[in-house]
Design a protein around this ligand. Structure first.
Ligand code: FE2
Length: 378
């Protein structure tokens, strides 16, 4: 990436507050009378989907496409694209966690793109999309509601990586803390640590700018002040966590990330672990690796959380009862994983240059039988 040019791409409109999502489908009316709503099974089971559909006025026709679950694949995306092309919606909306948002975003972004999704996943140039994308997250979160990025997995090759285009950015975002109600503790913990990682990595990124720095630090402060409370059942803090996740999403979409996400995608694809958990256990190791490259930023992050930022990231694993899924496991295709990590745009934005030997060292420590606190590796 050209780190000298700074571009800030934002959602066109963002509405916040309790109940903001209830009228979502009617708020989409200016985009047209035909909408496709992409959601997960939990929205249907919780009754929230019925509430949203029940509020729709007669002049809006909404077709629901339920994401089958798991992290989104190219195959699932083609199924969504076929259904959407047959219906020809004026807009596509997502209500769900990161997987639902990512597949709906790619569905809107690639709705009328001429090639199969795999071609774009393999690097083909993405044509701009004019299909409005609307989103309300139900986790806090991946921050995907605020990014131009969709992370997809090719099931045939196992390669998990992102596609991106400025026209993927949402035209409307609804941040409604009510939608976090019922989110399981393990999801709160993992997705919250994804948000924290994204705030920290975008702040430390080689692509950071003065404005992403401010957004990322504010995100770090909001997540630090709310994640443990929400994990413990404090509903009053959900708004802060949702806002922190959203701000981290804007920051990462414009500044990019770092070695944690460079590792987390290929590791997550191989071990089928939640993305946020993979990020959470990689974060202390990566902070140790980067520490000496950007001492001022480390000091600022440590000031924000009230303790050394690396110690904080390690402590959060215990506080949120997150255990490493990698410790003691064996890695079958280390060379391929190292190559995928080095090819990642996230790795390329890491504040310290990353070599193959560096990735191997980080993997050795991640896969060591006991997941001891990381050393200050240099
Ligand atoms: Fe992430």
């Amino acid at each position: 990436m050209n780190v000298l040019q700074k571009v800030l791409t934002l959602p066109t409109e963002t509405r916040t507050g309790l109940g903001a999502a209830r009228e979502m489908l009617n708020v989409c009316a200016p985009f047209g009378g035909r909408g496709m709503l992409v959601c997960g099974q939990s929205l249907q089971q919780s009754g929230k989907l019925d509430v949203m559909r029940g509020a729709v006025t007669d002049d809006i026709d909404v077709r629901v496409w339920a994401h089958p679950g798991g992290e989104p694949t190219l195959e699932q995306l083609e199924t969504l694209r076929s259904a959407a092309r047959a219906y020809a919606p004026d807009w596509i909306a997502a209500v769900g966690g990161g997987s639902v948002i990512d597949i709906a975003k790619a569905g809107a972004g690639l709705l009328y793109a001429p090639q199969q999704a795999q071609a774009y996943h393999d690097g083909a140039s993405i044509p701009p999309s004019s299909v409005p994308f609307v989103v309300a997250p139900t986790t806090a979160g991946t921050g995907s509601e605020a990014t131009i990025v969709s992370v997809l997995t090719n099931s045939d090759t196992g390669v998990k990586k992102s596609i991106r285009h400025p026209s993927f950015m949402a035209r409307l975002v609804l941040l409604d803390p009510d939608l976090l109600d019922g989110c399981p503790d393990a999801v709160v913990a993992a997705s919250g640590m994804d948000a924290l990682t994204q705030a920290i990595e975008s702040y430390c990124s080689a692509g950071a700018s003065w404005i992403t720095d401010r957004l990322a630090l504010k995100a770090t402060a909001l997540i630090h002040g709310s994640l443990e409370a929400v994990f413990s059942g404090d509903a009053a803090k959900r708004g802060d966590l949702l806002t922190g996740s959203y701000l981290a999403g804007i920051a990462l979409s414009n500044a990019r990330l770092g070695i944690v996400h460079g590792l987390a995608h290929p590791l997550g694809a191989r071990f089928h672990v939640p993305h946020g958990l993979a990020c959470a256990v990689c974060l202390p190791r990566a902070l140790a690796f980067n520490r000496d490259a950007i001492p001022e930023k480390y000091a600022k992050l440590s000031e924000t959380v009230g303790m050394d930022i690396q110690d904080y990231a390690q402590a959060m694993l215990t506080r949120l009862r997150l255990q490493s899924p990698f410790a003691g496991e064996s890695l079958e295709d280390k060379e391929a994983l190292i190559a995928e990590t080095l090819a990642s745009g996230s790795t390329k934005a890491n504040p310290r240059e990353v070599t193959g030997d560096d990735v191997e060292m980080l993997l050795q420590r991640l896969f060591a039988p006991s997941h001891a606190a990381p050393e200050n590796c240099t």
